[in-house]
Design a protein around this ligand. Sequence first.
Ligand code: UTP
Length: 302
Amino acid sequence: MSPSVSDDPKPVRKAVIPAAGLGTRFLPFSKAVPKEMLPVIDRPVIQYVVEEAVDAGITDILIITSRYKKSIEDHFDRLLDLEAHLEAKGKIDEADEIRALSELAQLHFVRQGEALGLGHAIGVARNHVGDEPFVVLLGDDIMHRRAGVLKGMIDAYNDHHCSVVALMEVDPADISAYGCAVAEPHADRLVKVNGLVEKPPPEDAPSSLAIMGRYLFTPAIFDEIERTEPGVGGEIQITDAMLSLLDSEMMLGFTFSDGRFDTGKKIDYLRAVVEFALERDDLGPEFRTILAEITERENLSR
Ligand code: UTP
């Protein structure tokens, strides 16, 4: 099947970051504070996500929020009092860093009135995105730069002019936590997606290739989302809309094997904090010593 796109595709300029979910896996923390605002050292998870998009060349970002997530909007807003206070104290670098947050990209916010599922959240972006290809980055999912995922997906779109989804092999026992893809080799790190199923039980799963928090869609996905009925968990699942899209368009998978942190899951959150702290020049050396001490103590007490 050939992709239904012109030879001269529109550039990928826009990103959608869904961040309106209920975050039930991170209760009680997520009762009053959005899980996307969990700190990884000194910046919230969603800042890493926004910076990843900007690094990949995205200039326009729409964050899908809800009435409980106002702090996300505040985080990217100017805070003139604080900037003035820092400048008066001679803390110019800190003032610049705070100001730079509001200048990362053109940031927009829209609310998903009810958390009806990821597919529904992406559908809320329709008016803003219009007739352009766009990327989706889950707001609680950090992707390490070393994985090169978003850039790789945009390159794949520029070469093949079709939707692209990030895919990673997982332990077959864990596939029921993910959207699952059936695919065949295409080129280098790319596979051609032939089928998709949301959260299959391991015994029914057609593969252990899991969808991992980054998507690049042609605007045709919006019609498919509108036609999608609630699926697994009673939610409007983006995987179901993608499966319908496969009837009319080719879809590629960009495969990678490392560097993704689902910070909405406690153990992955901890891993993110440790890895990012170890990489920091100001914290890494001391933190490495502390970790070694803790590990030694644990080993001795076994
Ligand atoms: P998750 O499935 O990880 O989020 O969705 P959740 O539903 O909040 O998580 P749990 O299972 O209850 O802990 C991935 C991303 O999609 C957003 C979430 O905020 C998260 O960043 N999302 C999910 C929405 O924006 N709207 C939804 O209806 C569902």
